[in-house]
Design a protein around this ligand. Sequence first.
Ligand code: SAM
Ligand code: SF4
Length: 475
Amino acid sequence: MQFKPEKYRIEDKAHKAFIDGDEIWDTLNSAEISKERVRAIIKKSLNKNRLNMAEVAVLVKADSPELISEIKQAARDLKERVYGNRIVLFAPLYVGNLCMNNCKYCGFKASNTETVRKTLTKSELISDVKALEDNGQKRLILVYGEHKIYSPEFIAETVKTVYSVKSKNGEIRRVNINAAPMDAEGFKIVKDAGIGTYQIFQETYHKETYAEYHESGRKRDYDNRLTSLDTAQDVGLDDVGIGVLLGLYDWRFEMLALVRHTNHLEACYNVGPHTISFPRLQNAEECKCDPKYKVSDEDFARFVAILRLAVPYTGLILTAREPQKLRKEILQYGCSQVDAGTKIELGNYSDDEKHEQDLRKEQFQINDTRSLAEVIDELIEDEYLPSFCTACYRLGRTGEHFMEFSVPGFIKEKCTPNAIMTLAEYLIDYREIKNAEKGWQLINKSIDKMENAKVKELLKDRVARIKGGERDLYF
Ligand code: SAM
Ligand code: SF4
């Protein structure tokens, strides 16, 4: 990997806190904007170079309508050129909402006695996974509160249970987790259970704000959370996801801090984060949050477009916290993964009754409540290729986004064929979508467009095998 020799590469030490709030504000305040400078930075990104903090600060401060529109257009171009039209789909599965922390923004906080507390039993977990498989899901993220009963052993057990559930042709092929930081031994236990990505959000990188929002509990320790991914890396858990909860502090600061976190992981471990998440704060039971830093839809779109340009080889995740219309718009700026068919009330995937959203049982409110089939219908309508691909993870190809970016032909010869095959499986096994015919047209069109004759023939053969009943074929 060819990273530029920046200051952080020499100075960063593993397990040492690396965020300097003054440095971030100085970088933002000293950024000088000119059209030429903004265009030169865009060009650097389009040439597949990660941007440094000073360059990202320039994009953040470029707030004229003309430059914002150029940044958005560049993000669209980068996405199309680098990632093509694939969108990876997943669903979150809440395993338990017991929690010892008191994050002011979260419905699961310990002090919220109105919340209905629940941890799925093994049979409830199995029923939920079956229901998800019967809908066509192949990739899950398991989510846990922070509580002593959610030990690494407990988490590992739930991960193994999920992998063991099969329903007709359905199976879960990749399980990611979002759970509280662990010690090295704990990370090793969950890694050995076969997790894909370990995801944890700093929420806000601004230390004073962090202290304000995290009143008590283990999560109050900012540095411990900040360096937890170093501990994960130490035991070889190198597939990690970072994130911020937008709305707690100034999004401009958080943007630079995410780049700084990326720098740190590259400096110490030679690998950046696999994914970045940027949920916006949603209404939650007993949510006591200052609306001062609320991120508008326009700024949210800018945030995603700038982040796309800042870290061209990192996966960007857009969740169902956002409404359908905005998700459709934001997708173009370079998000690579979306959740679909999301239910965040515990046990609801297998519960047939229609539930009104009930904040007493949820962590927060979601705004896109469409089914997986409805999301796939829209993606196909918009000519995106829905993908359930899990090939890299299962073939031990870590750093897949970096490969997509740097290995010539990787997307055309691996990612696109894999997306096509997983879509073909979906169209055959789960028939409730309206756009099935259009889906097949999209598959055929995508195959026709393939340049590598050998891969094209192999792919045609494999799609025929899938039609004949074979499953789980990948390059
Ligand atoms: N307990 C683990 C932790 O705190 O790391 C799991 C996290 S929680 C179940 C997943 C994420 O949801 C949090 O990291 C936070 O960013 C986000 N979240 C919490 N409250 C939220 C709210 N009101 N609106 C939007 N996202 C929220
Ligand atoms: Fe607990 Fe996580 Fe919610 Fe904080 S964000 S209260 S740690 S579940």
